[in-house]
Design a protein around this ligand. Sequence first.
Ligand SMILES: COc1cccc(CC(=N)NC(=O)c2cccnc2OC2CCNCC2)c1
Length: 389
Amino acid sequence: QQHKFWETQPVGQFKDFGNSSLPEGPIEQPTPLSEVKQEPYNLPSLYEWTTCDMGSDEVCHEVYVLLTNNYVEDDDNMFRFNYSKEFLQWALRSPGYFSSWHVGVRVKASKKLVAFISGIPVNMRVRDQVVKMAEVNFLCVHKKLRSKRLAPVMIKEVTRRIHLENIWQAAYTAGVLLPTPLTTSQYWHRTLNPKKLIDVGFSKLGDRMTMSRAIKLYKLPTSTSTPGLRKMELRDVPAVAELLKNYLSRFIVAPELNNEEIEHWLLPRENVIDSYLVESQVTHEITEFFSFYTLPSSILHNQEHSTLKAAYNFYYASTNTPLHQLMNDALIIAKQKDFDVFNALDVMDNATFLKDLKFGQGDGQLYYYLYNYRLNPALKPSELGLVLL
Ligand SMILES: COc1cccc(CC(=N)NC(=O)c2cccnc2OC2CCNCC2)c1
């Protein structure tokens, strides 16, 4: 009964675990476009499909409200992701996006938006193959419609619309184990505001740790340490694109981002994405950069605080400065910007600095998945160069 849906999908199946005789690559071949189902899947009669135009402030607000009230919570149901409208427009309207991949479900009678799922196109390198994929994200069903088996039909419908654009693979993450992870990453948190994190129950004081000791332990310098560190600007796009391309080439799976995509994903946007780089003061060449995105969480049961201001490590590359020094500057900047916590997964080269920089391991895993692409064996997180929003 478990994974009833996923056993019908072209994904690595648990029964095939360890079967290294299965060929690496697409599990199913593409279907001729004329044979792709032309009409949407059936929904229960009270509901109808809608395409969400994220360029419309009104529709974007409806998606924002649905996610704010019904999207992912932590395991103890104390926090819920609270993506902002500006963040959702940034996340969903990336270069080459398809509005048809922004799929919603409305109640026919009231037109209320009660479910959502999205995809954006990405060129993903898997070993030496570059594969056009969709990154699927923001699957959300209203709390009142859970266990009506809506999620499988949402996934089938966005898959159908992705197939219509002649794309046959996808990448996605989940906090739950499904058939079959590309990699299993651990999440880590670096405390920036110990008092607030303890007050809201995000962190606990260890038995030998007083509040004043915690404040001292996590204290950071008020200014950064790397000479030549500055905010990224439009003129830096080609250099950052080259830096990231070279850095990501060391991972087995990583996106290939052209200049237009680098501009979209890394140019700073207030309360959405922050990017900094190091320009050598002698040669003026750009030798490293880092970035983090802004994803607040609603605090569900606390009188004093309603929002947790969290920064999430995004893409980076270093050639000259030690990574722990670069990332310590990222922490200092996040603290200057009044973030309460800095989150990271143990993907890319993050494991080399997490402990040094006083990150604590979170109590959960984030599983990465590929749709219709087999990779034997699963990757170590340090072999993955992919960060999803
Ligand atoms: C603190 O507020 C939370 C609100 C909801 C869920 C979680 C736990 C959690 N599931 N965290 C992560 O998935 C996570 C932890 C560290 C870094 N990135 C992460 O997820 C990113 C990437 C996947 N999509 C969500 C954001 C925490």
